[in-house]
Write a protein that binds this ligand. Sequence first.
Ligand code: SF4
Length: 499
Amino acid sequence: MKIPIRPKVIIRRCPDYDVQRIRSIIREGLEELDLVPHGRTLVKPNTVASGDSFPHAYTRPEFLEGVLLALKDRAVEPLEELAVGERCGITIPTRRAFDGAGYYPMFKRTGVKHYHFEEEPQVEIALSHEGRLRDYVFTPQPVARADFFVNCPKFKSHPWTTVTFSLKNYIGIQDDRHRLIDHDHRLNEKIADLQYIIQPQFIAIDAITAGEGRMLTPSPVQLGLVIMGNCQTAFDSVCCHILGIDPATVDHLRMAHERGFGPIDLESIQISGDVLLAEAQSLAAGFKVGLIRVEKYFEGSKITAYAGPPPDPELTDYCWGGCPGAIEEAIEILRLYDSQCDEKMPRMHVVFGAYKGPIDAKPGEKVVFIGDCATWKGMLNGSEVDVPCVYRDRSTLDPYKATHEDIYAKMYKVAARLSSTRKHGHVRLEGCPVSVAEQVLALVSLGGTKNPYFSAKEAVSFNKGYLGWKSAIAGKRLMGKPYQIRGPAERGEAAPDIK
Ligand code: SF4
């Protein structure tokens, strides 16, 4: 891990998604930073969600194309490989996300390789730093063996972590089953831990049209900026300052800084480019970030939310990285696909964590306890209800044995769980976390809104991506390729083959 002694962040003006303009800005950035791509060069965009329904959630293809062309321009020796790789939002095939983002024709035009990370072998990376959540994590093989890593995120707000810039983009260097582990109230620590896997030599963020307020369905804000850098913490710190946020208040950024990944104070960072920080700040004036507690988020709607502390109450009184934020994204997705969503939704109550207060449910109103740590005792509709905590300590979760459920399995599971509300009026959705996809399915089932997974405009591309993913995995299995690979830290045990 080589962190520049005095990192640099370059802020450049770029009013539109003109590929050639982006290409020359990026090429000049690489020159200024004295960076030359080499060996296996891998570019990681943010394609958490894409397509017409999520136009501002992802790194735009024109931006990525400009970055790829500039990398080619700057290469002195022929690259062993130039590739783009990503694991998009949980349960969605990355093939679907790349299709929706319009990446495939661009891959063809530029002649670069691409990786759907969930279809690649996952490599164990040992961790040994103080304060780690676990002793090893997994990452897709193309990340583990990259010689020149380029982080290419989208400039956005985030309901779990305030913002998503460079450090947070690392959530997409893990496949679902590994990504969901620790994606809870310790999410910021997880993001800091992922930094030990690899550090990018170059970062370029798509801040031409930024995403405000949320991460999947953000509102567009025209910033007209391309920001580049050579150090994750310095880069994210400058992005925070553009929004007027103290970088030390973004926990994963503060932790990465404290662990030696680079500075966050502006005095230690060189800032250059044709846009002064003060001008960038005025362009972003009033930009809304995430971090709205769930009780507040649903105020004025037919859903009443209640949140108690997650496990480890000494660390936090609210689970910022898990179930509560997921339901905020879930309801926004439903609103996108069904304009009648709020009218159709019956009065209901959702409960998170160790909530101790009253639940004001009238007869016939459903109560949904969301997540393994939800716990409550009291009277509902004249009956005594005792919902115990079923949370399992993270030390009992072994990434080698983690399993993954695809969306069709989730549909079945959620439907089966919710059928019990007909009898009891309340139900628990199990999981830690209960993902956005599961909460979408639960709200569809309880509210009778349109199911986004069955939307005509999504279904064809989704199923094409899904079948492509499953066939690719089956083909690799037939050829005897492993899904998980033991890393350099030999653990003296065989890696179980996860189905
Ligand atoms: S069950 Fe949900 S709310 Fe509870 S700790 Fe896990 S992610 Fe957080």
